[in-house]
Design a protein around this ligand. Sequence first.
Ligand code: MG
Length: 274
Amino acid sequence: MTSDASTVTASLEWYMRKLADRVLTLAAVSLAVASPLTAQSSRDWPIHAPDRPQPRVVDAGAGALPVPPPGDAIVLFDGRDLSRWMQGDGAPAKWIVRDGYFEVRPGSGGIVTRDSFPDAQVHIEWMSPDPAKGTGQNRGNSGVFLMGRYEVQVLDSYGNATYPDGQAAAIYGQFPPLVNASRPPGSWQSYDITFHGPRFDSSGRVTRPATISVLHNGVLVQDHVTLTGPTGHYARPPYEAHPERLPISLQDHAHPVRFRNVWIRPLAEDDLRR
Ligand code: MG
């Protein structure tokens, strides 16, 4: 081989190696991008598909609760009364308060915060009825509705299969949790939610969809998912323009689910820019 030819061969080998590296890198990147989308995409599965893979069960560990509110949090329930909440029609909240927690009064309707809130970090602790009663969606069902429209499902999902986009910590009808970090009925559990509401232009068009991240008992279960619109039962309705501040509501699904230690840290955009 002449020296010229060997230089060309060496260059060609070098180029082929680079190309192979590049292809491998691209493959790795597309895999890394594709996996979470496949796992979490709401569009890949029909709503409430019962054959959608069940999220893996994870032991959340001991996780000390209650979590004391940070200094700048607004406490929505401190164990004493529901003065910061009301019925949907403005009447005083009818849910039961006892021993530092409050409990759904079945049939009384959902309750709503008296104040409206912007994008926020929300902490809430809840407990499924013990002993457990019912199966599937009919077992310890309630829900945390951000801005009254976007539900983080509350359900007894401890050894209780249901459609994955409706189990505990699902964004109802859209995103199953990444894993099932549920504790048994009768144990306190926590949600730490970061919610950024949607934005609309003056004609009502979405300029920014809503996003949610959720820790369930300290375990990441929703990783900044982008909502398709409000949540619904067998429905994924489109966004409808609404204010940037709205109340939070809790669902009466006719099950005596308990809640305590509810606090919120509004994430005003001014604060984020500091
Ligand atoms: Mg619910």
